[in-house]
Write a protein that binds this ligand. Sequence first.
Ligand code: TRP
Length: 447
Amino acid sequence: MASRGKWGSRVGFILAAAGSAVGLGNIWRFPYITGKNGGALFVLIYFGCVVVLGLPVLLAELAVGRATCKNPVGAFQALRPGAKWHYTGYLGVVTAVMILSFYSVIAGWTVGYCCKTICGHFAAPGRGEVAAVFSAFIASPWLQIALLAFFIFLTVFIVSRGVAAGLESFARVLMPALFLLLLLLMGYSLTLPGAQKGLAFYLMPDFSEINGRVFLEAMGQAFFSLSLGMGTMLTYGSYLKKKENLVTAAAWVAVLDTSIAVLAGFIIFPALFSMNMAPDQGPGLVFAILPEIFAKIPGGMMFGAFFFLLLAVAALTSTISLLEVPVAFLIDERNWPRRRASVLVGGAALAFGIPSALSGGGVKFLSRLPLVHVDFLSLWDKVWGNISLSVGALLIAIFVAHVWKTSRALEEITAEGVRFRLARLWTIAIKYVCPLLILVVLVSQFF
Ligand code: TRP
């Protein structure tokens, strides 16, 4: 058996798992999806999804990973040999490559914006200028591809060096710094004139806006933000020692992840309404708002550059965890060396990422082809970042509750005398609530 790495310490694991969870999902995706879905009511449903679906599935993934010490494909095979359940693992491996492909495009934007801020492109923006800079930026095909390639290269470089050395040291420094900076920005944003309108949008639910799509987007966002539904947390759990407490680890990850998303909302929405901009402008939202904020703060350029740098590092700890899933699969199941697996999967993600990198519409001669008019980035985000993760989470919940059985999962969770007071609640959630709810929300989309 090839020797598998283990996390160096408990805090190291929590930070690495939180590092996977906290990323563009919190600071880029959460505000844009919230804006698109009408604000406060979406946020409320999102919280519900984190508690009722996210936490139980998170614990289930960690338990399967640690019980088997395997990658997603191997884990399902080990617990149910000869069955077809390991296709859930394959779905996860494919989903990982696809999410990595478009996620790295956005991560490339953060790197680009860091440089742009340093170079003073946003020093004193006039009306509509930030938006114009953004459109020109995403419509530069070579720049977009170069940034995408750069980011994937960074991820491959770190993953090819292995688990503990590659991941823990990164997560350790980043999280507190990012948190502090977000707090400062929130303080500033809340004092802007007209901030109240933004707060109302963000905090006062309007129940007339409810529809099936809001539920799907909230559920998908919960899985996306917590890195669930494709075996990331399963793989991270497989590097965890038996004596660690899965329950507290899961709780910490969920609390950290959700609070960072909430903070991001407190920065974006007051500023957005203060500047009279539309909340439903899609994936470009935070890239239109943040430079405006930095331009107004004293010393804002330095601040802004540092912020985009931190955001890039937060994205990096997430892309690392995405790449780790297919890499762990190739190492365990195909006996590939780590280096080769990282480079090849990274190359595949780069190839699949190119359509997303070009969806800003800069390639003129391509625009005659009908397919090019599809916004690939949003499409991929929806298909892989939402639907596929929800299907994956559904399969994992059914597997743990009805195939592997909750009694065995609970044995794993409470190994070495760990107490789990909410065991009954978790059992009900993973057996009935998660499968039914996910299924209903998914199926309702067809009507
Ligand atoms: N959760 C990360 C974020 O919020 C992104 C991410 C990393 C992810 N690994 C994942 C999403 C696995 C889904 C599945 O930015």
